[in-house]
Write a protein that binds this ligand. Structure first.
Ligand SMILES: [Zn+2]
Length: 235
């Protein structure tokens, strides 16, 4: 029997029983036992892309955490989850067909706003319950299907995370990093086929990412075939 977890919902902020949120959705290749790397080991520089990660733990039900109340989990899952799964499958097929050498902009068929909103949901879960307290605009963006405004300080980026080149998955809550002279403040979710970055008030930690913040301009019902130059894992 699964244990009952009480806590604060990472979207609506209500305190109560929390449900398990798969990050990403279970059907986006996240429905099996996974090895979650110890993020402290990663941040301490013990790992580089492509290298096998030794420190971490196995999770039997896939990547994710008890982070959302049942209503937020079920609402956002039914509104946005299927689109994310669909786009992830397209990307996995492209990666497989190109044997990892994908370098061009490829067309992705999707509901763009729903895709972006699912990513926002995933970052709320990854960043923990304190994040929603200071980001009421993002909560409104998530809980209102038709809402299209996101605070300017939040920007979203994507890259392709090849499952053969790196079996590592990671979820980094809000992190600050100095690269050269630039300070970066961001959160990252890397789970094949995508790596996702939410950058806050600062430029993204890599300069060769595909920005997808503009997908907020589409309406909830708008479907599109868009050319997205999504790069492979930046080095
Ligand atoms: Zn909630």
């Amino acid at each position: 029997m699964s244990k009952v977890v009480q806590g604060t919902c990472c979207i609506c902020g209500r305190i109560g029983k929390l449900s398990f949120e798969h990050i990403p959705p279970a059907a986006a290749f996240n429905d099996r036992r996974i090895f979650e790397a110890d993020i402290n080991a990663l941040l301490a520089g013990k790992w580089s892309p492509g290298e096998r990660v030794e420190e971490g733990k196995y999770k039997q039900r896939g990547a994710g955490r008890h982070s959302l109340c049942e209503k937020c989990n079920s609402d956002t899952g039914s509104w946005y989850g299927a689109t994310y799964v669909d786009v992830a499958r397209q990307a996995m097929i492209l990666l497989h067909a190109s044997q990892g050498s994908i370098s061009l902009a490829y067309p992705y068929r999707m509901y763009p706003l729903r895709f972006l909103k699912q990513i926002a949901v995933m970052f709320c879960s990854a960043c923990g319950p304190d994040f929603q307290k200071g980001n009421a605009d993002l909560v409104r963006f998530i809980l209102n299907q038709d809402e299209r405004s996101i605070p300017n300080r939040l920007r979203f980026y994507i890259y392709l995370h090849h499952p053969k080149e790196s079996k590592c998955i990671r979820q980094v809550g809000l992190t600050s990093m100095l690269v050269g002279r630039k300070q970066h403040f961001f959160s990252e979710i890397a789970f094949p086929p995508f790596g996702l970055i939410m950058s806050i008030d600062h430029p993204p930690v890599h300069d060769k990412l595909c920005e997808i913040t503009h997908l907020k301009e589409f309406s909830y019902k708008a479907w599109d075939i868009g050319l997205h130059p999504i790069p492979k894992t930046p080095s």
